[in-house]
Design a protein around this ligand. Structure first.
Ligand code: UGA
Length: 437
């Protein structure tokens, strides 16, 4: 199959690389000159485990190319995927569809051979119909049929998620488009991946409902964690206990500092707004958004309480600032709320994060950066784990205790058993670890 992927951002690049690895001929169209030059030189502009190796391999095999010429790339293409950004609009937080609609117009103007136009970007319900209308309004000489193929990749395990998905969802308008999409995903038949065909609106809604449901699960367990802290009980065991019921399932029940990232915050908000627009408020999701927003500041208070009620003049060692491990993504990371609040309360901050590179440094001015956890702990008055990178999972806690000026250990991801921390001579604060004593 000949595929065009418009946009070499996170979703576009991962999808382009993986489709080429399926054996398809993929041209990835990218307008940003700097990014395009990087890609052409075989450099991956984002951090995603395994992506560089797979990209280099498929470029070498001649199946993956990069271009800025959409018209030429589209000639003879079986499918043209739209994977451009849909950032939250300044002011009202709605998804900004400018790039999607501009791309639709460009497709309509440059199309010469019939194709299926597939939206991969996460777009509000109703957007695909509008994309179809825009393309049609350009009166292309041939037919372009719009399909919706939402993405369920998790950052940090995107390749695995693409190659072994739980399901493929495709919204289509005709059997011929369905046939093209079946063909594209045929390599996944080997794994018996379910592929579900729906209408456009159903596919769009599945994407939002899935992310909102997962965000709800996390928020639910976070509130149960708060309860455990007051009433006694261990939220990790509660999560395991309820998760063993197959109707509930054990995933996305890790209590922590609140969800972040480029998807859950944006998509929950978009669903709330769509509900309000149509007079059907999504009250559960509205509450999830509010509870999650409040949680980040509640974590600051937890840290301050662990430090004896004040962080004035104290140095706090922070491990992990990205929104989750195995990514350099800082979007809506809880650290972006917690660290400035600690600084406002008078603390000095030392940060260690394996990948929180240039972007983290730009977003967190005024903090000191060190290379490893021990350097961060050296002389600090407290150590706080915000993101559960593997590098922080096997620390020598006695050494940490020796390095810290005060034995304060706050684990916002519950990666250490409290007894182990206390045995090392540190005072443990976790999430949802209640004690009635
Ligand atoms: C999420 C979904 O999991 C993907 O299926 C979806 O494709 C993607 O959004 C998207 O819409 O593009 P992602 O944002 O990469 O993926 O990350 P997740 O692993 O889902 O984590 C999201 C946030 O929830 C993180 O801040 C994480 O720390 C938090 N989380 C997750 C918890 O606090 N507890 C959990 O049990 C799980």
């Amino acid at each position: 199959m000949k595929i065009v992927m418009i946009g070499a951002g996170y979703v576009g690049l991962v999808s382009a690389v993986c489709f080429s690895d399926f054996g398809h001929q993929v041209t990835c169209v990218e307008k940003d000159r700097t990014r395009l030059d990087k890609l052409r030189a075989g450099k991956v502009p984002i951090f995603e485990p395994g992506l560089d190796r797979l990209m280099t391999h498929n470029i070498a095999e001649g199946r993956l190319t990069f271009s800025d010429d959409l018209g030429t790339a589209m000639e003879g293409a079986d499918a043209v995927f739209i994977a451009v950004g849909t950032p939250a609009r300044r002011g009202d937080g709605f998804a900004d569809l400018t790039y999607v609609y501009d791309t639709a117009r460009e497709i309509g103007e440059k199309l010469k051979t019939p194709t299926v136009v597939v939206t991969k970007s996460t777009v509000p319900i109703g957007t695909n119909r509008e994309v179809q209308r825009i393309i049609d309004s350009c009166n292309p000489p041939v037919k372009a049929e719009v399909a919706s193929n939402p993405e369920f990749l998790r950052e940090g395990s995107a390749i695995e998620d693409f190659m072994r998905p739980n399901r493929i969802i495709v919204g289509v308008q005709s059997p011929s488009a369905e046939e093209v999409m079946r063909h594209i995903y045929r390599p996944l038949n080997l794994r018996e991946t379910p592929i579900m065909f729906t209408d456009l609106e159903t596919a769009e809604t599945i994407k939002y409902a899935a992310n909102a449901f997962l965000a709800t699960k996390i928020t639910f367990i976070n509130e149960i964690a708060d309860l455990c802290e007051k009433t006694g009980g261990d939220v990790q065991q509660v999560a395991k206990g309820i998760g063993l019921d197959a109707r509930i399932g054990g995933k996305f029940l890790h209590a922590g500092p609140g969800y972040g990232g480029s998807c859950f915050p944006k998509d929950t908000l978009a669903l709330v707004q769509t509900g309000q627009q149509h007079g059907v408020p999504q009250r559960i999701v509205e509450t999830v958004v509010a509870v999650n927003d409040a949680r980040k500041s509640a974590m600051t208070e937890k840290i301050i309480a662990a430090c004896g009620g004040s962080v004035e003049g104290k140095r706090i060692a922070v491990l992990g600032v990205t929104f989750k491990p195995n990514t350099d993504d800082m979007r809506d990371a809880p650290s972006l709320v917690i660290l400035p609040e600690l600084m406002t309360a008078g603390a000095a901050i030392t940060v260690c994060d394996p990948e929180g590179g240039a972007e983290a440094r730009r977003l967190l001015p005024g903090v000191d950066w060190v290379e490893d956890a021990y350097s961060a702990a050296d002389g600090a008055d407290a150590l706080v784990i915000i993101t559960e990178w593997n590098a922080f999972r096997g620390m020598d806690l006695r050494r940490i205790a020796d390095l810290l000026s005060a034995p304060v250990f706050v684990d916002l991801r519950n990666i250490y058993p409290p007894e182990e921390v206390e045995e090392a001579g540190l005072a443990h604060t976790g999430v949802g670890k209640g004690s009635v004593n």
